[in-house]
Design a protein around this ligand. Structure first.
Ligand SMILES: O=C(O)/C=C/C(=O)CC(=O)C(=O)O
Ligand SMILES: [Mg+2]
Length: 226
C-alpha cells in the first residue's frame, strides 16, 4: 500500500527495556571512598554494566553463586535523553532526559579479589540483576539533581542516606567527561556513585530505597540457582 512502517516507539519512561549501556561512576563521594580505604579520584573512575543487569521491582536481586558478600550501593541514575558525543559541561544537561534511583549491587568479596589481582571488576559489578532501577522520573520533576537525599534501608533499618550535593564530580562534568570517551545514546543510564554506608545483603533481605519523598522501590534478595 506504499505505507512506511512506523518506527517502534521507545518511550524513555521504559529505558531499561531498550537502553544499551549503563556507565557507572565509582568513588564519587569522598566519604564512600574513605570507607573503602580508597583515595578520592582525581578524574571519574568508570566501569560498565550490561543491560542484562537491569531488574525491576517485582523480580528478585540474585546473589551470584561465587559471591559470599553481596553489598548494596544506592545511587542516583541519570537517564540520557539525547545522544551525547564530546559535549561541553555547559551544554551537558540538555542531554538529560530524566532520572531513576538505582542500586549498584556489588559482589564485594569478588571485587576485593579483583583489586588484589589487578583484574577488571566485571564479575563484581556486571552480573545479572546487579542494577535494580526505579520508575523513570522526567527531568522536569527534579529541577536540581544536586539537591536530593537518596536513602536505602535493609529490613527496615536505615543503612545509607546521602545528599547528591556531596558528589565530587557534578552531573554536567560526568556527562562531558564520559561523552568524550563513550558516545552516550538515548536510553543509556549513568550511575553517579554511592554515598557512605554500603553494607552486606543476606538472602531473603528486603531492600527499600528512595529519593526524598519523590519515589521509593523494594527488592528481595535470593540466591542464584544455576
Ligand atoms: O573503592 C573501592 O574499593 C570500591 C569502590 C566501588 O565499588 C565504587 C562504586 O561503585 C561507587 O563508589 O559507587
Ligand atoms: Mg557504585
Amino acid at each position: 500500500l506504499g505505507l512506511t512502517p512506523m518506527a517502534a516507539a521507545k518511550p524513555l519512561s521504559r529505558f531499561w527495556e531498550w537502553g544499551k549501556t549503563i556507565v557507572c561512576v565509582g568513588r564519587n563521594y569522598g566519604e564512600h571512598a574513605r570507607e573503602m580505604g580508597s583515595a578520592p579520584p582525581r578524574q571519574p573512575l568508570l566501569f560498565l554494566k550490561p543491560a542484562s543487569a537491569y531488574v525491576r521491582q517485582g523480580s528478585p536481586v540474585l546473589r551470584p553463586y561465587y559471591c559470599a558478600t553481596l553489598h548494596h550501593e544506592v545511587e542516583l541514575g541519570v537517564v540520557v535523553g539525547r545522544r551525547a558525543r564530546a559535549v561541553a559541561p555547559h551544554a551537558a544537561m540538555e542531554h538529560v532526559g530524566g532520572y531513576a534511583l538505582c542500586v549498584d549491587v556489588t559482589a564485594r568479596d569478588t571485587q576485593d579479589e579483583c583489586k588484589e589481582k589487578g583484574l577488571p571488576w566485571t564479575l563484581a559489578k556486571a552480573f545479572d540483576t546487579s542494577c535494580p532501577v526505579s520508575d523513570f522520573v522526567p527531568k522536569e520533576r527534579i529541577p536540581d539533581p544536586h539537591k536530593l537525599k537518596i536513602w536505602l534501608k535493609v529490613n527496615g533499618e536505615l543503612r545509607q542516606e546521602g545528599d547528591t550535593s556531596s558528589m565530587i564530580f557534578s552531573i554536567p562534568y560526568l556527562i562531558s567527561y564520559i561523552s568524550e570517551i563513550i558516545t552516550l545514546e538515548e536510553g543509556d543510564l549513568i550511575l553517579t556513585g554511592t554515598p557512605k554506608g554500603v553494607g552486606a545483603l543476606e538472602v531473603n533481605d528486603e531492600i527499600e530505597a528512595g529519593i526524598d519523598d519523590i519515589l521509593s522501590m523494594r527488592f528481595t534478595v535470593y540466591k542464584h540457582q544455576l
